[in-house]
Design a protein around this ligand. Structure first.
Ligand code: X5A
Ligand code: ZN
Length: 636
């Protein structure tokens, strides 16, 4: 196997510079190259690399990707005076010409191809090319975003042609979307393009719809374009690592590339004025290290962006050090990706599931979801809760009229279902673990939620109602077990195998409910083995906040902790406590245990008795005897 690391640097590429004032372009300075190279020298990395000279890319090579019109326009800049250069530059979105720009851009292309040749010929195992101008925004027919020719795209076409490669992976860790590269390979299944980028819901440059996660490629190229948009700034080491673990690496190993090219922008590193991200230079050592495990180590790293000179040059050094095989530095700090990152990762995974087997395994889900209807009061929640976008009005109407028309009579209820269903769907799809929805009519919301879950395929749903609600009889009999906790006996509703009415009014001190939870609810729930638990809190609840929190906390041991809370009471204290219990934060303190009154003990006993009789038929597919199986001895 080949060994050694190539380094390509040609001082001439520092001659391309901005000649007039332009606040958009003035960060793309020659010092980006020279400072990086100086830092490499400083760490004695240059002398450890194999020096490979740059060369000019030929016209033919440039035409592998670009139109002759584009090449001619660029060529024409060579002989222009400053005024003409300025005018020509004005034709493009964020590009500047200098009399030496064309020459530098050809050197940048040629340097990249030299690196590919050094790696493909086995002269070295891997390497890095420090080039300017960068390339990944450049399109077939136009320059933009400081890029004239698409160095990396040309390199991929060149490698296909010259070495007959059939699978090339391009990893674009620059903070901007390499839309140029995406367009060039959109329909090409032989080039897998991965890019993460600052996106902020299309607010950030280049602000394109097609930079989102749902742009997966076109035609034969479907599945071979992977966009991971960052919708928040401040992404750090753990977010980048999570992106590699849960998106890029599974797909990359399944793809099994013959060569890996990195569009290596360091504007995704800490301190960069463009990226506003937090990843430290060490993370690039890790990213490099992971990519070295592919394609037999054939890895070519080509510089793109990076505008904070210190951050840039340190990150370049980390990359080259790792290419040379040095130990990978430790990463310190927060190791959990942020909610926004997880959301992006889940979205892109979902978009690509049809194309990649290795995306099948489950990612640890987000703990708790609520809807954006909470935005105003979200800060009141004591814990990080993932906000879900509500379903829109027409969508709900179609859904409800199709399946739930008999349950939903009022328009205002109909609209409130938008947030309920959005959260429930996230739970059903296992994108989040649990969720909270507010509802002006809990009984209706729950009826819809239950039928929705059964329609989705859940076979055993446990539903605990708390409060005075007219419970809507469900038509999914056999797939739902209801436990109704209320103060008064519900008229005309006898307990049955699938409906249990538990009349319980918590004592003023509010902790005798423990005995009902431990003595009845939990044993029943455990014997039922639900695959989803819905807990609804309606008006006139007979339990206090502590009792309700207890239910949420203890029932999380069931249904893989999949719990959906529907709460009619909008009292913020209750919401806070439920949110706390759902994310697993501390429980309210329960105080001294007060035993239930004899009357309540008797009532529980009777219920258990009844229940045991009914339960003799057994739950479909669930455990042995309902209560005795748990070691509870019931005497007649
Ligand atoms: C290569 C690169 C950034 C262009 C930003 C234009 N380009 N606003 O990082
Ligand atoms: Zn960039």
């Amino acid at each position: 196997m080949a060994s050694g690391t190539a380094l390509i640097y040609d001082e001439e590429m520092t001659t391309h510079k901005l000649l007039w004032s332009d606040p958009v372009c003035d960060i793309e300075v020659p010092e980006r190259l020279s400072t990086s190279y100086e830092q490499l020298k400083c760490y004695h990395l240059v002398e450890r690399c194999v020096h490979v000279p740059a060369r000019e890319g030929s016209e033919e090579e440039i035409l592998l990707v670009h139109s002759s019109e584009h090449l001619e326009a660029a060529k024409s800049s060579q002989t222009m005076n400053e005024e003409e250069l300025k005018r020509l530059s004005g034709n493009y979105d964020a590009f500047f010409f200098h009399p030496n720009t064309y020459r530098c851009a050809r050197l940048a292309v040629g340097a990249t191809l030299q690196l590919v040749d050094a790696v493909m010929s086995g002269k070295v195992c891997n390497g890095m090319a420090l080039v300017r101008p960068p390339g990944h925004h450049s399109q077939r027919n136009t320059a933009n975003g400081f890029c004239l020719f698409n160095n990396v795209a040309i390199a991929a076409e060149y490698a296909k042609l010259k070495y007959g490669l059939q699978r090339i992976l391009i990893v674009d860790w620059d903070v901007h979307h390499g839309q140029g590269t995406q367009y060039i390979f959109e329909e090409d299944p032989s080039v897998l393009y991965f890019s993460w980028h600052r996106y902020e819901h299309q607010e950030f440059w280049p602000s394109l719809k097609e930079s989102d996660y749902d742009a997966v490629g076109l035609g034969k190229g479907k599945g071979f374009n992977i966009n991971l948009p960052w919708n928040k700034v401040g992404m750090g080491n753990s977010d980048y690592l999570a992106a590699f673990f849960h998106v890029l690496l599974p797909v990359a190993f399944e793809f099994d590339p013959e060569l890996v090219l990195v569009s290596s922008g360091y504007d995704s590193g800490i301190g960069d004025p463009e990226g506003q991200m937090n990843a430290t230079p060490e993370v690039f050592a890790h990213l490099t290290h992971f990519l070295m495990q592919l394609a037999n180590g054939k890895l070519c790293v080509i510089l793109e962006g990076g505008y904070h000179l210190k951050s840039l040059s340190e990150s370049v050094c980390m990359t080259v050090k790792t290419l040379l095989g040095d130990p990978v530095p430790q990463i310190t700090g927060e190791m959990a990706p942020c909610l926004s990152a997880i959301e992006s990762i889940q979205n892109v995974r979902a978009a690509h599931k049809p194309y990649w087997k290795w995306l099948m395994y489950e990612v640890p889900p987000i703990k708790t979801a609520a809807t954006t209807a909470w935005k105003g009061s979200a800060h009141l929640l004591p814990v990080p809760v993932h906000l879900v976008k509500e379903m829109d009005e027409t969508e709900i109407k179609v859904l409800v009229s199709g399946f739930y028309a008999d349950l939903v009579k009022e328009d205002k209820t109909l609209l409130s279902l938008g947030s309920m269903l959005a959260i429930l769907d996230k739970i059903l799809q296992k994108e989040v673990c649990n969720g909270i929805a507010e509802s002006p009519a809990a009984a209706v919301s729950v009826a819809v939620a239950l039928r929705h879950s059964v329609r989705f395929g859940f076979q055993r749903v446990l539903c605990v109602f708390v409060g005075d609600m007219q419970i809507i009889p469900n038509t999914e009999d056999g797939k739902i077990l209801m436990i109704h906790i209320c103060e008064k006996e519900q008229s005309g509703k006898a307990s049955s195998k699938h409906y249990i009415s538990l009349n319980w009014k918590e004592d003023a001190e509010g902790n005798d409910f423990f005995s009902a939870v431990l003595g009845f609810i939990l044993p029943v729930a455990y014997s039922y083995q639900p695959n989803l638990t819905v807990i609804a809190v309606g008006p006139n609840r007979s339990l206090g906040i502590r009792g309700i929190s207890l239910l949420f906390a203890l029932l999380q041991g069931l249904s893989e902790s999949r719990i959906f809370a529907v709460i009619e009471d909008t009292e913020i204290n209750l919401m806070q406590s439920v949110a706390k219990a759902l994310v697993g934060a501390s429980m309210p303190h329960f105080g001294v245990y007060i035993p239930p009154t004899q009357e309540k003990v008797n009532r529980t006993k009777i219920l258990r008795d009844q229940f045991q009789r009914n339960g003799q038929e057994q739950w479909s597919g669930s455990n042995e005897n309902v209560l005795t199986g748990l070691g509870i001895v019931i005497r007649a």
